[in-house]
Write a protein that binds this ligand. Structure first.
Ligand code: GLN
Length: 451
């Protein structure tokens, strides 16, 4: 099985994989075979997986899609990597992503853009674009992703696969190269909800090495898979169906809602009035945290160091100037600005207050419904290059995923048909499911009934 996928990876032209080491993979596969033979295998033993290059790994480079970490190999495995390996999963390699997970199209990677397997002229979404493209193209049956403001859900939608961002704090952030720590959350990306549940079972758990890790009783995330949806109340936020939503996406979402009615669910119109504010709020908070997190890349301890410099300060400047790409620099500057004396109250503090109100909107909505449904993104995948010079156009496309992250709620993307794209191609549409805290098992059931 590992060999089959390795062959597919080497024949593929999507730029989804950044680092592969067949020897390492085949050694892990042999170890999995031995476990199977010894009768000590679990459901994931021997199943291949690939990791977003944001998770650090001992045997393979970990670059976060950045020149800054172009040659970096970690001395330890991320907790997620360790847990999946302990379950017997076989690592196929590391997956391309936007630099430090900043982006919505995977065009911000130092190692080049990833192509969408459904249409090679389209972006795969971002920042977990390599993960989504690799699963969609069957280069791996499963992948890890991270979602800070939509980076699991949106690429899953653009590539027609299933992905879930669990409740903030469920999956350890240890060894997940930090972007915005109060938002970052890892999760699985695979073909189906059932596969995502199996992966979540292995990924979730308390980790003392992550200060925001949650301590909860272990649960089987697939335990509700076969439950009927009779009586389920689906909240449909009117703010998710406004002017900016493309017609083809709207039609696909409405068709999915009709299916849910046939499965016994009812539709309730709800309101999430602060939806529009999630963009300015997120693009203040995430850069603020990023500017702090990325200060560790100073060219001294690890990462890129400029070849020429005059003194210590010049070495910092030259290393960071060379090591970071434009989008990362833009965020560091935005973040430093909103945190600076005199602007902190006006931007950062205000953003934190509205963040709380956004969470309250969801709390109010969940008194009226059991699950929230809407589009993952306002359009299907756009053409490669179409928005690459326009950061704000990328930010605006995040409108439906940011609020879930700001509230720390679980969110999921489920394939629900196709739209047209700019050249009349078939480009996948994702249905977003948003649940209350710790309702992952229910979300997986709701997705599974539809799939
Ligand atoms: N697109 C958003 C951003 O650029 C979200 C990225 C993410 O979730 N990592 O920040």
């Amino acid at each position: 099985l590992a060999r089959l996928y390795l062959d597919r990876i080497s024949a593929s032209n999507l730029n989804a994989f950044l680092h592969v080491d067949p020897e390492l993979t085949l050694a892990q596969a042999a170890a999995a075979d031995a476990r199977l033979a010894a009768g000590n295998a679990g459901v994931l033993t021997g199943v291949p997986i690939a990791h977003k290059d944001i998770f650090v790994t001992r045997g393979l480079r970990s670059t976060a899609g950045s020149r800054m970490l172009g040659n970096y190999t970690s001395p330890f495995d991320a907790t997620v990597v360790e847990k999946l390996a302990a379950a017997g999963m076989v690592t196929l390699g590391k997956l391309n992503c936007d630099e430090f997970a900043m982006g919505s199209a995977n065009e911000n990677s130092y190692f080049g853009a990833v192509k969408n397997p459904w249409d090679l002229s389209a972006v795969p979404g971002g920042s977990s674009g390599g993960s989504a493209a690799a699963v969609a193209a069957r280069l791996t049956p499963a992948a890890t992703g991270t979602d800070t403001g939509g980076s699991i859900r949106q690429p899953a939608a653009f590539c027609g696969i299933t992905g879930i961002k669990p409740t903030y704090g469920s999956v350890s952030r240890y060894g997940m190269i930090a972007f915005a720590s109060s938002l970052d959350q890892g999760g699985p990306m695979a073909q189906t909800a059932e596969d995502c549940g199996l992966l979540l079972n292995a990924m979730v758990g308390f980790d003392e090495k992550d200060s925001t890790s949650l301590e909860r009783k272990p649960e089987d995330f697939n335990r509700l898979l076969n439950q009927s949806l009779q009586g389920l109340r689906i909240g449909v936020p009117k703010e998710f169906f406004g002017e900016g939503l493309a017609d083809d996406v709207k039609q696909a979402i409405h068709a999915a809602l009709e299916e849910y009615k046939k499965l016994g669910a009812s539709i309730v119109e709800i309101s999430l009035p602060k939806t529009e504010l999630s963009i300015p709020v997120y693009y203040v908070i995430a850069p603020a945290e990023a500017s702090s997190n990325l200060s560790r890349f100073d060219g001294v301890r690890y990462g890129h160091r400029a070849a020429e410099y005059t003194d210590l300060n010049d070495m910092y400047t030259a290393s960071r100037t060379e090591g970071f790409g434009d989008e990362v620099k833009r965020r560091i500057m935005t973040g430093a600005y909103v945190l600076s004396h005199g602007y902190y109250d006006a931007y950062y503090l205000q953003a934190q207050k509205i963040r709380r109100l956004i969470a309250q909107d969801f709390a109010a909505a969940f008194t009226q419904c059991d699950v929230i449904m809407g589009p993952v993104a306002p359009s299907v995948a756009w053409d490669l290059g179409a928005k690459s010079d326009d950061p704000v156009a990328n930010y605006l496309a995040d409108i439906f995923t940011l609020s879930t992250s700001l509230a720390g709620l679980p969110g999921m993307s489920v394939p629900c048909g196709f739209g047209q794209g700019e050249k009349n191609s078939r480009r996948p549409v994702g249905l977003q499911l948003i649940g209350n805290y710790f309702e992952e098992a229910r979300l997986l059931n709701i997705a599974h009934q539809y799939q």
